[in-house]
Design a protein around this ligand. Structure first.
Ligand SMILES: Cc1cc2nc3c(=O)[nH]c(=O)nc-3n(C[C@H](O)[C@H](O)[C@H](O)COP(=O)(O)OP(=O)(O)OC[C@H]3O[C@@H](n4cnc5c(N)ncnc54)[C@H](O)[C@@H]3O)c2cc1C
Length: 387
């Protein structure tokens, strides 16, 4: 286990203690993020030369899984931050230069990553009402204005909204609608949070709506190039697809842990049917964890390979479905007393339900994998665009 994963494991009990309160209030877990910051975890993906840990994708999955055993919401907000910093840190310089990234992009990238190592938090504002996370359908637009870009639109489901230092915003060019670009827009004037998040699970993510009518500086354009969003989704699916997987394996494990504590305290742990549910859940979580670990190992060793990407989509499907099924079974094993508000299992059951709904949804993952297994091209052979 890395030092960062050990730090996350040490923090998990504190996150777990607070998770019920933040869930009930439906508010951003500020104390959790103060702890993450103090432990240096916001700099996990930043290179060591900039004060970070220089972590790989496998290191991230270990950290996210440990955090999620404490609080799914906190781990999910952290996942968004890691996606921004990880994708930036792991894009090879040669690739960025080959695509045409200007020199200033490399300075800007280093500034963003150094700020993360110093404790800055980044959020992702991709989804929109009516479009979900399908980049090809986004309505938020940008136009060149002065030295920068005016970005106008309305985002939804923005985890950590109002608490991030900057937001990764996906937007379409008004002049050339085929171009969907990514910006890292600093918090401040021109961004307004509308508190709309009152949902079934992951309630403490505070995934509110974000309204944008802002002029972002030229340097906010990630990569220094327009039209990169769909390419990044296809080339680095791990940050859009599999990074959630670790979170939901952690939530599933937390559901097993909570059920073990509950059935033991309740005196029903020796009932054979209860024991068998715990045994099946234990095996299912271990299997999902192995799939995530295998995907992560391949992402670090051979990123972008077809076989790697197949594991990335498998990991997301298995983690999302396992979390949902295991949490439901653990509730069945524990009984009605575990459905009371305030019981950890009641919250974990709701949190676990979200995994299969986050992009790529379990259905979309299964379709992608089905096309691949049938010998097709899962990106091209689809009636609807994947993103
Ligand atoms: C707890 C939580 C936190 C979130 N945090 C963030 C965040 O920080 N930032 C952010 O940008 N978003 C976030 N999201 C939003 C999420 O990532 C998705 O964008 C959103 O859930 C999808 O929107 P939707 O409700 O329109 O459903 P959709 O994903 O559009 O799904 C609706 C239906 O269409 C199907 N479908 C979707 N895409 C395709 C496709 N390509 N091909 C075929 N069928 C498809 C689905 O399987 C489903 O049946 C969060 C969501 C949750 C639950």
């Amino acid at each position: 286990m890395t030092g960062a994963a050990a730090a996350a494991r040490n923090l998990a009990p504190r996150l777990a203690e607070r998770a019920g309160g933040y869930d009930a209030a439906g508010v951003f877990p500020a104390e959790d993020f103060a702890d993450l910051r103090d432990a240096g975890l916001l700099g996990l993906m930043a290179p060591q030369r900039l004060g970070g840990d220089g972590a790989g994708f496998a290191d991230y999955t270990e950290v996210a899984l440990e955090l999620a055993r404490g609080s799914g919401s906190t781990a999910l907000i952290y996942n968004m931050h890691a996606s921004v910093t990880g994708a930036l840190a792991h894009t090879p310089d040669e690739l960025a230069r080959a695509l045409g990234a200007p020199d200033w992009f490399f300075q800007e990238r280093d500034r963003i990553l150094k700020a993360a190592a110093d404790g800055a938090l980044y959020a992702v504002a991709m989804s929109e009402r009516g479009a979900g996370s399908r980049l090809s359908q986004l309505a938020t637009v940008y136009t060149a204005e002065g030295d920068g870009y005016r970005i106008k639109g309305r985002k939804t489901f923005v985890s950590g909204a109002g608490h991030a230092d900057a937001y990764l915003v996906a937007a379409r060019s008004a002049d050339d609608p085929a171009k969907v670009s990514q910006f890292l827009v600093p918090a401040g004037d021109g961004l307004t949070v509308e508190e709309t998040w009152d949902s079934l699970g992951m309630r403490a993510t505070g995934s509110h709506d974000l309204h944008l009518d802002v002029v972002a500086p030229r340097e906010a354009l990630l990569g220094g190039l327009e039209g990169l969003a769909l390419l990044v989704a296809q080339v680095m699916p791990q940050w859009l697809v599999a990074s959630y997987a670790a979170v939901y394996v952690g939530v599933a494990q937390a559901a097993v842990d909570a059920a073990v504590a509950h059935v033991t305290a309740r005196g029903v742990s020796e009932l054979p049917l209860v024991r068998a549910r715990i045994g099946r859940a234990d095996a299912a979580v271990a299997a999902a964890r192995l799939a995530v670990t295998e995907a992560a190992r391949r992402v670090d060793q051979s990123p972008g390979e077809p076989e790697t990407n197949q594991w990335v989509w498998r990991a997301k499907l298995l983690a999302g479905d396992t979390a949902m099924e295991v949490a439901a079974s653990m509730l069945a094993a524990s009984g009605t007393s575990a459905t009371r508000r305030g019981n950890a299992l009641e919250r974990l059951f709701r949190d676990a339900r979200c995994g299969a709904l986050q992009p790529a949804t379990s259905d979309v993952c299964a379709d992608w994998l089905g096309v691949a297994a049938l010998g097709g091209d899962p990106y091209a052979d689809s009636e609807t665009p994947r993103w």
